[in-house]
Design a protein around this ligand. Structure first.
Ligand code: FMN
Length: 357
């Protein structure tokens, strides 16, 4: 496990270790998308990991899907993120803001503008979503015009510019978990007949254009992307061509020289091995539900350069110290995952706080 604690070069940065806080939506922003008052404290507490990837953050009004998620496109958003970036840097940490456009995973009751979600095609995901009025079915989204797809690419680049203005070290494009970018990949969500639908080349075009536009805007060495090949949730079916789509996509992205590729692994080991070979840059791997005894195995085997953990970091602000000390971990409390106050947000104790009681 010791290799995990070695510093590593990622993009233009030297990170203090190879452990990454996976992006986690916490739904505690203000209604206008400005990060909440406790967010700087929350992230600073966890700045002992080499890299923090922030909660999914909308690049535009239409990018929002869930209640009280943060944005990064207004002056108020930038001022809020500045406090977070400063607090993380003061502790020697690094933070990339995850740019998340929810696409069709959106409900009009969750956004200040109350508009219908937008998507590659007018196909509902066939699932429900928590809203201000409780659980509701997600309605059929509005299909983006070709011109609007171009505008959405520009929105991502604008948000990336604002993220670095706020002092973030870079951005991670959310290309995973059934949100807008992955909706373009999946024939079940994308029946377009323009250059963004049909062939594999067309379905990955949006992702590549977003990555290219952001890299041009802020530098490839501050641009990263997260993918989850084979996601099956929320009406996403990438079909038999799915693995081939990812081989093509990763080979194309590799040419851009991005800071890192972040894979949220869905279980296809041969595909993961292929992607590892196709990607010459740094690879961050997140294996959902990875038991603590396995922490470090992927870095040790060479399958990954860094490992990302979500709920264990959420519940353990001093995750790295606990690993080093082989100490017991706090358990995450699901009831505090989304929304609420400091409870199960900034009040998880460190080891020394536990020992002091
Ligand atoms: C509360 C919560 C919120 C999440 N929000 C996001 C998100 O905004 N973006 C994202 O890419 N993944 C999100 N995820 C997925 C995590 O990044 C991670 O992939 C997942 O928790 C599995 O890793 P783990 O078993 O180490 O927690 C979220 C997970 C949790 C628990």
């Amino acid at each position: 496990m010791s290799k995990l604690f070695d510093s590593v070069r990622v993009g233009r940065y030297t990170l203090q270790n190879r452990l990454v806080m996976a992006p986690m939506t916490r739904s505690r922003a203000q209604f206008d998308g400005t990060p909440g008052a406790l967010a700087a404290r929350y992230y600073a507490q966890r700045a002992g990991v080499g890299l923090i990837v922030s909660e999914g953050t909308q690049p535009s009004d239409d990018g929002q899907g869930y209640l009280t998620t943060p944005g990064i496109y207004t002056d108020a958003h930038v001022a809020g993120w500045q406090k977070i970036a400063d607090a993380v840097h003061a502790r020697g940490g690094h933070i990339f803001i995850q740019l998340m456009h929810a696409g069709r995973m959106s409900h009009p009751d969750n956004t200040p503008h109350h508009r219908m979600g937008v998507a590659p095609s007018a196909i509902a995901p066939g699932t429900g979503m928590f809203t201000a009025k409780g659980m509701q079915d997600i309605p059929v989204p509005r299909a983006l015009t070709t011109e609007e797809v171009h505008q959405t690419v520009a929105d991502f680049a604008f948000a990336a510019r604002r993220a670095v203005e706020a002092g973030a070290d870079g951005v991670e494009i959310h290309g995973a978990n059934a949100y807008l970018i992955q909706q373009f990949f999946a024939p079940s969500a994308n029946t377009r007949t323009d250059e963004y639908g049909g062939s594999i080349e067309n379905r990955v075009r949006f992702a590549i254009e977003v990555a290219t536009a952001i890299a041009d805007e802020i530098g490839a060495d501050r641009t990263a992307i997260r993918l989850s090949p084979g996601t099956t949730m929320w009406g996403i079916d990438e079909g038999e061509e799915g693995p081939q789509l990812y081989r093509h996509l990763v080979a194309e992205l590799d040419k851009l020289g991005l800071a890192y590729l972040h894979v949220m692994h869905q279980g296809n080991e041969p595909l993961l091995a292929d992607l590892r070979k196709l990607w010459r840059g740094k690879l961050i791997l997140n294996r959902p539900g990875r038991p603590r005894e396995q922490v470090g195995a992927d870095v040790a085997s060479g399958m990954a350069d860094l490992e990302a953990y979500g709920s264990m970091v959420l519940a353990n602000p001093d995750f790295v110290e606990r690993l080093k000390a082989n100490a017991v971990m706090n358990e995450p409390h699901r009831e505090g995952f989304f929304g609420g106050t400091e409870k199960f947000y900034t009040d998880y104790p460190t080891l020394s706080e536990v020992q002091a009681v």
